[in-house]
Design a protein around this ligand. Structure first.
Ligand code: ADP
Ligand code: MG
Length: 399
């Protein structure tokens, strides 16, 4: 694996002209469906004091550096680490543009990982973000106390509140897209690759925009400066890009999709992110990750049916103009409720010596009640990020 990563980094440095004079790649830290992310050191940090300031960068032309990697110099300031997100060339230009544009809009929100800058070399686009120290969710979620969960969600809902205030839906809330540092009880949201403005009709967008227009958009994007490139190699783009850039109203990650997304409701709102946050809380309380394992959307609906029961599923389907029908006998009419599911997942579903059933009490009970407000099937009744911040479960974080 290490060999592979080294080869991949070498290839990246070779093909993305000019990158190695500006950044020193350190490691590969993420590999997703749409990108590869590397940790790197910004070699020009000590030269550009105002580099963090995106406004300033936008208007100034960056000139080729002449930096030699010298021996370790103790006089030098602390290195600045960045995350370089190499967006796959198979992603459509409109998707890339969308991500960079939304990140730029959110630059004043301190719980959203800001975009430092972006570069393009031929058809390859990279986004440069400050490196955020965080821990892998799978390492710590099993040991979280209810107090830890309160702090985690205070941070997540602070971020979501600032995103939703701008009428932006993140669409892909899940632990790998919220980089959380448990020691500081602070996290940042990343990955706006699927994000969109409320009310966007993506189907219209992608159908009406010709590939020339799409190219025009990314080439003229104010954020995508080109690294000095060899003039003998003009940028090349796929000539007839007829790929469907995405199926917007179902985008997201399996297991985190809200019922209205699974039911293909066209008017989706910021409340879909609150459902996904609820799935994270359910994961923590049940100590199971991933909680849902569905292979497809139908499977996912059935997993939800198991919790809520057939009646609720029929009702919410009607809400979105769909008819829900299942003949699988194991699903009950009224479902099980979260308390029972949490007890069952944590091995407490048996009875005690007196034959009494276990129950959630105190803080854990409060957490389960809060969970019900997040995993509310009707999006219009689901709690919003601002309401969640005022809910006792979150408002009392850190007390
Ligand atoms: P993708 O679209 O491929 O999912 P992400 O933006 O979610 O890309 O990044 C993938 C992974 O890279 C993240 O889950 C995280 O582990 C790491 N990562 C991304 N941005 C940063 C950052 N600013 N600081 C530290 N790690 C990051
Ligand atoms: Mg991601």
């Amino acid at each position: 694996v290490e060999q592979c990563v080294a080869e991949d980094m070498a290839r990246f440095e070779r093909t993305f002209q000019g990158i190695s004079s500006r950044y020193r790649l350190i490691n590969r830290i993420g590999e997703g469906t749409f990108s590869t992310v590397y940790k790197a050191e910004d070699l020009l940090y000590h030269r550009y004091d105002n580099d963090w300031d995106i406004e300033e960068k936008e208007n100034s032309k960056w000139s080729p550096p002449s930096i030699k990697r010298g021996p370790f110099n103790p006089q030098r300031r602390k290195p600045r680490y960045v995350a370089i997100k190499k967006i796959y060339v198979t992603s459509s230009p409109i998707r890339i543009f969308n991500e960079l544009e939304l990140l730029h809009d959110l630059k004043d929100s301190d719980s959203v990982c800001p975009l430092i800058t972006a570069f393009r070399h031929q058809d390859q686009v990279i986004a440069v973000l400050p490196y955020f120290q965080h821990r892998d969710f799978r390492e710590y979620f099993r040991d979280m106390t209810i107090s830890d969960m309160r702090l985690y969600f205070r941070s997540l809902f602070t971020a979501l509140s600032s995103v939703h205030r701008r009428q932006i839906l993140h669409r892909d809330i899940k632990p790998t897209n919220f980089l959380y540092n448990p020691e500081q009880a602070r996290g940042v949201l990343v990955d706006f690759g699927l994000a969109e403005r409320e009310g966007t009709d993506w189907h219209m967008c992608t159908c009406q925009m010709s590939s020339t227009e799409r190219r025009y958009k990314i080439e003229n994007s104010v954020y995508a400066a080109t690294l000095p490139s060899n003039p003998s190699q003009p940028p090349s783009y796929p000539k007839n890009d007829s790929r469907n850039s995405r199926r917007a109203n179902r985008a997201g990650t399996r297991g985190f999709r809200a019922p209205e997304v699974l039911l293909k409701c066209t008017a989706q709102s910021t409340s879909i992110d609150m459902w996904s946050a609820g799935v994270i809380l359910l994961t923590m309380l049940s100590r199971r990750f991933p909680f849902f394992h569905s292979a497809d959307d139908i499977d996912a609906l059935l997993e939800i049916t198991n919790i809520f029961g057939k009646k609720k599923m029929r009702d919410i389907s009607l809400l979105h103009g769909q008819v829900f029908e299942t003949n699988i006998p194991s699903y009950t009419e009224l479902g099980h409720g979260f308390e029972k599911i949490i007890l069952w997942c944590t091995g407490r579903s048996g009875r005690d010596e007196q034959g009494r059933k276990a129950q959630l009490v105190g803080e854990e009970k409060e957490a389960a009640q809060f969970l019900e407000r997040l995993l509310e099937c009707d999006p219009s009744k689901r709690i919003t990020a601002d309401e969640a911040l005022r809910h006792p479960f979150v408002a009392r974080a850190g007390e």
